[in-house]
Write a protein that binds this ligand. Structure first.
Ligand SMILES: C[S@@+](CC[C@H](N)C(=O)[O-])C[C@H]1O[C@@H](n2cnc3c(N)ncnc32)[C@H](O)[C@@H]1O
Length: 277
C-alpha cells in the first residue's frame, strides 16, 4: 500500500520543485535587467521571492500587526525561497528561521540569503509544518504566509505551530481562504491538482486556532491591500518574477487565482492569534 504522506509530498514537490537552477535563473534575470548581482539589495529579489498576494508590500503591512510585541526570534513556516524571512529579519531586527518542505526552495533560500549578506541572522532548513524538529516554546512569533492552502489538517498544523510558540507569543497567518462556494479552476499558484489543494474557510481556521490554545483576533480581508499589486503584476510583471520560480505555467496559475478573487470565491485573509500566557 502506498504511503499517503509520501505521495502527497512528492506531488507537492512536483508542483513547487519544478524548476532546476532557480538561483542561476533569478540572478541571470536580474543581471539582464541591469542589477549588479555582486552587490544586491534584498529588495531586488522581491518580484520572485515573496510568493503571496501583495508581495513584499503585503509582508511589511502584515508585520505592523505584530511590531508591538518586538519579537526577537521568528519562525517562518513554509518559507519558500526566503523572501518573507529576509524581510521579517530586516524589518523587525529579529533572528529568523525559515522551514519549508520543498528542498530546492530551501537550497535557493540559503544561497540568496548569503548573497545579500543576511546569513548572520536568517537561516533555513527543510522541514514539515506538521512535525517540526524544533523545541517547545522557542519563538516569539511564528508566521505562515500562503501555506495553509496546501495542508488539509488545520488542527494538526496549528497545534504544532502553537507548540513552538512561547506563551504570550503570536502566530501571524496570511492565507488564501474560501469565502464563497464555487468551482476553483486549477492550476493555481499553490496547487496543480486536488491532492495538495486544501483551501479552508475562515471559520475552519478560527476553530483550529482555538482548539490549539490560541486566541485569534478578528480576521482581516486584505483584498483592498492587494488589488493594486495584483493589477500591476498582471500589467507589468517585474523583470524577475514568480514565473522564474514556477516556470511558464505560472501565467495560467496567476490568471486562475485572479479570476477566483474577482469572482469573490477566495480572499487573502490575515489572522493574528495569541498564545495564552
Ligand atoms: C505559495 S508558497 C509561499 C512561500 C512563502 N511563504 C512566501 O510567502 O513567499 C507555499 C510554500 O509552502 C510550502 N509548504 C507546503 N506544505 C508545507 C508543509 N507541510 N510544511 C512546510 N512547508 C510547506 C511549499 O513548499 C511552498 O514553499
Amino acid at each position: 500500500m502506498p504511503d499517503e504522506t509520501l505521495v502527497v509530498t512528492n506531488e507537492l514537490e512536483a508542483h513547487y520543485g519544478r524548476h532546476d537552477g532557480l538561483v542561476a535563473d533569478i540572478l541571470a534575470g536580474l543581471s539582464a535587467a541591469g542589477y549588479d548581482i555582486d552587490s544586491l539589495d534584498p529588495s531586488a529579489l522581491s518580484g520572485a521571492d515573496e510568493f503571496h498576494l501583495g508581495g513584499r508590500g503585503a509582508t511589511l503591512a502584515l508585520l505592523d500587526s505584530v511590531r508591538g510585541i518586538a519579537p526577537a526570534s521568528v519562525l517562518d513556516v513554509g518559507c519558500g525561497i526566503g523572501g518573507p524571512a529576509r524581510t521579517i529579519a530586516t524589518a523587525l531586527g529579529a533572528t529568523t528561521l525559515g522551514i519549508d518542505l520543498t528542498p530546492s526552495f530551501v537550497e535557493a533560500a540559503i544561497e540568496l540569503t548569503a548573497r545579500v549578506g543576511l546569513d548572520d541572522r536568517v537561516s533555513f532548513a527543510v522541514g514539515d509544518a506538521l512535525a517540526l524538529d524544533l523545541p517547545d516554546e522557542r519563538f516569539d512569533l511564528v508566521t505562515l504566509l500562503h501555506v495553509g492552502m496546501n495542508i488539509a489538517d488545520k488542527p494538526g498544523l496549528f497545534a504544532e505551530l502553537a507548540r513552538v510558540l512561547r506563551p504570550g507569543g503570536r502566530l501571524l497567518v496570511y492565507d488564501i481562504m474560501r469565502i464563497a462556494p464555487g468551482r476553483l479552476t486549477l492550476p493555481v499558484p499553490w496547487a496543480s491538482s486536488d491532492d495538495h489543494q486544501h483551501l479552508g474557510e475562515v471559520d475552519d481556521y478560527l476553530r483550529a486556532l482555538r482548539a490549539a490554545g490560541l486566541e485569534p483576533g478578528a480576521p482581516v480581508d486584505h483584498r483592498p491591500l492587494v488589488s493594486a499589486a495584483l493589477q500591476r503584476a498582471a500589467d507589468e510583471p517585474p523583470p524577475v518574477n514568480l514565473a522564474n520560480l514556477m516556470g511558464p505555467d505560472f501565467v495560467e496559475m496567476f490568471a486562475n487565482l485572479r479570476s477566483a478573487v474577482a469572482a469573490g470565491l477566495v480572499a487573502p485573509i490575515q489572522i493574528v492569534a495569541r498564545k495564552r500566557a
